[in-house]
Ligand binder design. Structure first.
Ligand code: IMP
Ligand code: MG
Length: 172
């Protein structure tokens, strides 16, 4: 059993997500938005964020693979693409964490080719010290964190710890 220390507690996470939801609600006014959840890491964040939005929404899901243990490979593969068209829609891509930036950069190129009316990005966590690809910057960021491997609130280590209601630092 690895040792996990609480880094961001549940109340702080929910409060920050409420603030993001208010900002997003104001920015999109009465528009309807398509939320894209990047499986599996974003599932808990998107569920919490969506519940706090005061907008009409549609949910879409994608899955990508890009990560091996604690070191990004930089190779991003779309495992499951969207099932519906986003042509002409206002799209908000919901991510768990931006680390090297490879995943986000690849996803944005892919999604832009589908010609949405607009595309913005929302990430729960941002680890700017680790950035390798700098061509995309999320409009909405929950927390900017140092270069530590974190788990919980959707984030995993070898598929474990996603269910934790806090964000913890994993000492491996
Ligand atoms: P990037 O392509 O390097 O930006 O990596 C993005 C993906 O790597 C995220 O969607 C996560 O799945 C994973 N990842 C990056 N840092 C962490 C971390 O600290 N904990 C858990 N997963 C991480
Ligand atoms: Mg992951």
């Amino acid at each position: 059993m690895s040792n996990i220390s609480v880094f961001i507690d549940p109340a702080t996470i929910e409060k920050r997500i409420s603030e993001l939801a208010e900002q997003i609600t104001n920015d999109y006014k009465d528009k309807s938005i398509t939320l894209i959840c990047v499986l599996k890491g974003s599932v808990i964040f998107m569920a919490s964020l969506a519940k706090k939005l005061r907008l009409d929404t549609e949910f879409e899901f994608m899955s990508v693979s890009s990560y091996e243990n604690t070191d990004s490979t930089g190779i991003v593969k779309i495992e499951t693409d969207l099932k519906s068209s986003i042509y002409g829609k206002d799209v908000l891509l919901v991510e768990d964490i931006i680390d090297t930036g490879h995943t986000l950069s690849h996803l944005v190129k892919h999604l832009k080719s589908k010609e949405p009316a607009s595309l913005k990005m929302c990430t729960l966590l941002d680890k700017p010290e680790r950035r390798v690809v700098n061509d995309v910057n999320p409009e909405y960021i929950g927390f900017t964190i140092p270069d530590k491997f974190v788990v919980g609130y959707g984030l995993d280590y070898n598929q474990k710890y996603r269910h934790l209601d806090y964000i913890g630092i994993l000492e491996v």
